[in-house]
Structures are given as structure tokens and as C-alpha cells.
Design a protein around this ligand. Sequence first.
Ligand code: AMP
Length: 123
Amino acid sequence: MAQDTLFTKIINREIPADIVYEDELTLAFKDINPQAPYHVLIIPKKAIETINDIKTEDASLIGQLYLVAAKLAKQEGFSDSGYRVVMNCNEDGGQTVYHIHLHMLAGKEMGWPPYTNNKKVLI
Ligand code: AMP
């Protein structure tokens, strides 16, 4: 069973967040430290620690995170201009909160490759 993180507290309304979408299975809220003009985190209400912990039975739940991203993109007018969704995994992936979440970034042209850390060098 996954440990409770601050995202569980956001789901349970124990700490505040700028919630932009909610349904039975998911919640989306503004990232507290935005890396783009529009930066929201889309999370499952079920606490899953990392991508490595996703089970086959979670497949439709994970799909729902992307459906929410597309819905928000349509609502906010980013569908055609584009946006990025990314999920970090563990330390090298840059994960800091161990409750999986899809970052949705929009409102500017994204760079590629995405990392800014010199540790990561393509050979
Ligand atoms: P990651 O590093 O991929 O695990 O992403 C965690 C994200 O959670 C970071 O982008 C943080 O800025 C964001 N974050 C941390 N605390 C909060 C909070 N209380 N409300 C909203 N976003 C948060």
C-alpha cells in the first residue's frame, strides 16, 4: 500500500490547492511552482507511488489521466497550438512526490531535449 503524500492531503482537502478539474477517479490542480504559463498536475485519486507500481488493472485509470489532459487542453484552447504531458519516475526522472502525476505544461513553445541537468548527456 502506497504511503500518503501531500497529494493525498490535497485530494482530502486537508491542504489547499487550485483545483481545475475533478471526477470520480482523478483530480487536476495548478502546480505550485509552474514551469510554463499553464502547468497543472493530473493525478489519480488512487495512490500509486511510481510508474513502476502501475498494475494492469490500473490501465484505464492511467488512460483517464490523458483524457483529462486533452479535455483541459480543449477547455483552455491549447489543443491545436500544443502542450506537453510528462510523468517523472524516481530520482533520475526528477520525481519528488511519490504519488504518480501527469504534468501538463502549455502556453509556450517547449524545448527538446527537456532536461537542464548537465548530468544527462546524449552520447
Ligand atoms: P515531480 O518532481 O515530478 O514529482 O513533481 C512534483 C510537483 O509537485 C512539482 O512540480 C512541485 O512544484 C509540485 N508541488 C509540490 N507541492 C505542491 C503543492 N502543495 N501544490 C501544488 N503543486 C505542488
